[in-house]
Write a protein that binds this ligand. Structure first.
Ligand code: SF4
Ligand code: SF4
Length: 387
């Protein structure tokens, strides 16, 4: 006979007090599980992870939610949360359940060097803090000063990953072209901490955020442009709790409003069918859907095609919630469904607006050997190429 598991209301109360205030609102209808992208792929994690069940285990303080394939599976895409009939803050529940184990010193092996680097270097990419600005060499990027309107905050990924650096450079070209007053701080900054918090390391998140808030306030920052929707989320949703109140936009929002005002145009032609992948943290988490589409359609020759799951129903790339550092075998990646969708729609280019999505979608495209028929581009790169 299987061992009987004991209910632990102390554990339940601890999870709730760590930020899962809505855990007990869940009525176990199971809609979250049926909408979760894990239901669309096969494999071990897919078999182990069920968000409804994970929350039930949390409600009862029962063992099982802390197993690695369960606890660290959620990509925090928001699909379940946006549709929950009880308005359960599912991602906060996941974050709190992670905190019960991460706070006690447990981390899966693949996350240890990542979090170790955040502790040591202020970024997850094992790059030395003093090298955070190396990507700017030869570019003459303006430094932020008190009379600059916007701080441009470049995501750690685009500071250290050579592929991703092209995104930061393209965003800078576009801001210059549009005449935006902006500057960077770079070497003094730390990771925004968005993913660190989602992984459950609340203490480290508070350290990173506190240091950034102090830096921004000390430099007189009022407005921030982010290159990544994840930094956008952290600054807009997480930092105000800690006293960091800033006016924050993703670069696509700012360029979109300049386009609408007639202050930005594109003259270069691009005769391509282009599909837009809505990043979860730009779309579902921040409701930015129209501006990227308007920008892409402003490029002469571009034919915009919609994927089968678009806007609020967009399919997650699986890069959020720390999944960007998880190894998923070919055949089990959400991004592969996205690539197949774009190919089926006869898109020449799959465009997105997030450094994490770029990594996940390019990997998926290579895994499926579709790179000959489909190019993956960040929107800033396509707009820069359009001139
Ligand atoms: S959709 Fe909401 S109420 Fe239904 S099981 Fe999921 S969290 Fe619970
Ligand atoms: S946030 Fe996304 S990945 Fe996480 S449980 Fe909900 S639907 Fe699944």
């Amino acid at each position: 006979m299987d061992e009987i598991k004991n209910v632990s209301l102390e554990m339940r109360d601890y999870i709730v007090s760590s930020g899962a205030e809505t855990l007990n609102w869940c009525m176990q209808c199971g809609l979250c599980t049926s909408l979760c992208p894990w239901r669309l792929v096969p494999g071990e994690v897919s078999e182990a992870f069920n968000i409804r069940k994970m929350q039930r285990l949390g409600q009862l303080g029962l063992e099982g939610f802390e197993e690695e394939e369960v606890l660290f599976a959620c990509a925090t895409c928001g699909m379940c949360q946006n549709n929950c009939p009880r308005k359960v803050e599912i991602i906060d529940n996941v974050r709190s359940m992670r905190n019960t184990t991460v706070g006690a010193g447990f981390l899966p092996g693949h996350l240890r060097p990542i979090m170790g680097s955040v502790h040591a270097n202020g970024n997850p990419w094992s790059g030395a803090q003093e090298k955070r600005a190396e990507w700017q060499e030869g570019m003459d990027v303006p430094a932020f000063s008190a009379d600059t309107e916007y701080l441009l905050f470049v995501c750690c990924t685009s500071c250290y990953d050579p592929r991703s650096q092209k995104i930061a450079k393209s965003v800078i070209d576009l801001l210059r072209k549009a005449g935006v007053s902006f500057g960077v701080l770079t070497a003094e900054e730390n990771c925004c901490g968005e993913t660190v918090r989602k992984l459950g390391d609340e203490e480290l998140f508070q350290k990173l955020a506190g240091s950034n808030i102090k830096l921004f306030q000390g430099k007189g920052v009022k407005k921030i442009i982010t290159t990544s929707p994840h930094c956008l989320f952290a600054f807009k949703e997480d930092y105000p709790e800690l006293g960091g109140e800033f006016e924050v936009v993703h670069y696509s929002e700012l360029l979109g409003s300049l386009l609408r005002d007639g202050k930005l145009t594109f003259s270069g032609e691009l005769q391509k069918r282009v599909a837009f992948h809505d990043p979860c943290y730009l779309g579902r988490h921040n409701q930015v859907y129209d501006q990227p589409r308007e920008l892409l359609q402003a490029v002469p020759g571009v034919e915009l095609v919609e994927l089968s799951r678009a806007r609020g129903k967009s399919l997650c790339c699986a890069g959020g919630g720390g999944r960007i550092w998880a190894e998923a075998p070919v055949g089990e990646r959400f991004g592969e469904l996205r690539i197949a969708d774009a190919v089926e729609n006869k898109a020449d280019i799959l465009v997105t607006a997030c450094p994490y999505c770029i990594i996940m979608l390019e990997d998926a495209c290579l895994g499926l050997e579709k790179q000959e028929v489909l190019q993956v581009m960040e929107m800033s790169e396509l707009l820069t190429a359009a001139g």
